[in-house]
Design a protein around this ligand. Structure first.
Ligand code: PEP
Length: 251
C-alpha cells in the first residue's frame, strides 16, 4: 500500500506578506494524517515557510536545484546541499516550465536528480507530454523517454527514494484536467516501465498526477489504482482549496 502524497508547487508566486497568510491558512487546515503533504515555495521564501510550518507535518521542498550538489562558484544557482541545510526535504526536477521555457534537457534533469539525492533530498521527477505530442499519439513514448533518461544514467534503484509526477503540459495552468482514465493509462505505463526492471520497486514508487487539479476533480483522480496523489500548482495558493485536495487524497 503506497502512502498518498499531495504537493503544492507555489511557482514564482508570493510576497513575504502573502506567504505569511498562506502559512496561517495551512496551519488552520485539518490535514489528513495518512497523507504526506509538502509545499514548494520560491527559494526566497523557503526559510520563512520552514519556520512558519515548524511543528506541523507539512514538508517543505524547493522547485529546482543546481546540477552541482555542493556550494561552488555558480552565480544565481542554489545547491542541493544548501537546500538540505535550509531544512528542505524534497526538490522538483524537470518541471515542464523549466524544460520548455528554460531549455532544460533530460541529461541536465538527471544530473539535478542525482545532485538532490546525494544531499539526502527526495527528487520529484516531473514528466509529461505537450498537446502536439498527445495529438500525434506520442504520449507514452515521450514519458518513457523522460523516465529512461534518469534510469539509464542512474539505474532504476534511485526510484526507491524518489517520487514521479506525471504532468501533461496541456493540463498545467490551463484549467484542463486529464480525465482519470487518461491519467491512469500513463501512470500504469510509468509503473510498467519501472516494473520491467524491478517489480518490487515499481510497486512502491509514488506517482503523482499534476495538471489543474482542484478539490472537485481530486477524489476521482486519486481513486485510480496507479495515481498516488497530486502535484498541485494554482490551487495550492489557496489554503482551503489545497486542504480539501489533501483530504481527498486521504479519503
Ligand atoms: C504544476 O505546475 O506543477 C501544476 C500542476 O500547475 P497547475 O495545478 O496550476 O496546473
Amino acid at each position: 500500500m503506497r502512502r498518498p502524497m499531495v504537493a503544492g508547487n507555489w511557482k514564482m508566486h508570493g510576497t513575504r506578506a502573502s506567504v505569511a497568510e498562506l502559512i496561517n491558512g495551512l496551519t488552520e487546515q485539518n490535514l489528513p494524517t495518512g497523507v504526506d503533504v509538502a509545499v514548494f515555495p520560491s527559494c526566497l521564501h523557503i526559510t520563512q515557510v520552514v519556520d512558519g510550518l515548524a511543528g506541523t507535518a507539512v514538508a517543505v521542498g524547493a522547485q529546482d536545484c543546481a546540477s552541482e550538489a555542493q556550494q561552488s562558484a555558480l552565480t544565481g544557482e542554489v545547491a542541493a546541499a544548501q537546500l538540505s541545510d535550509a531544512s528542505c526535504s524534497l526538490v522538483l526536477v524537470g518541471h515542464s516550465e523549466r524544460r520548455l521555457l528554460l531549455g532544460e534537457v533530460d541529461e541536465l534533469v538527471a544530473r539535478k536528480f542525482a545532485a538532490a539525492q546525494s544531499c539526502g533530498l527526495v527528487p520529484v521527477l516531473c514528466v509529461g507530454e505537450s498537446l502536439a505530442q498527445r495529438e500525434a499519439g506520442q504520449t507514452l513514448d515521450v514519458v518513457v523517454a523522460q523516465l529512461s533518461a534518469v534510469t539509464d544514467a542512474l539505474g532504476v534503484e534511485v526510484f526507491a527514494n524518489a517520487v514521479i509526477a506525471y504532468e501533461p503540459v496541456w493540463a498545467i495552468g490551463t484549467g484542463l484536467t486529464a480525465s482519470p482514465e487518461q491519467a491512469q493509462q500513463v501512470h500504469a505505463a510509468i509503473r510498467a516501465q519501472l516494473a520491467s526492471k524491478s517489480p518490487e520497486l515499481a510497486g512502491k514508487v509514488r506517482i503523482l498526477y499534476g495538471g489543474s487539479v482542484k478539490a472537485v476533480s481530486a477524489a476521482e483522480l486519486f481513486g485510480m489504482p496507479d495515481i498516488d496523489g497530486g502535484l498541485v500548482g494554482g490551487a495550492s495558493l489557496n489554503a482551503d482549496e489545497f486542504g480539501a485536495i489533501c483530504r481527498a487524497a486521504g479519503s
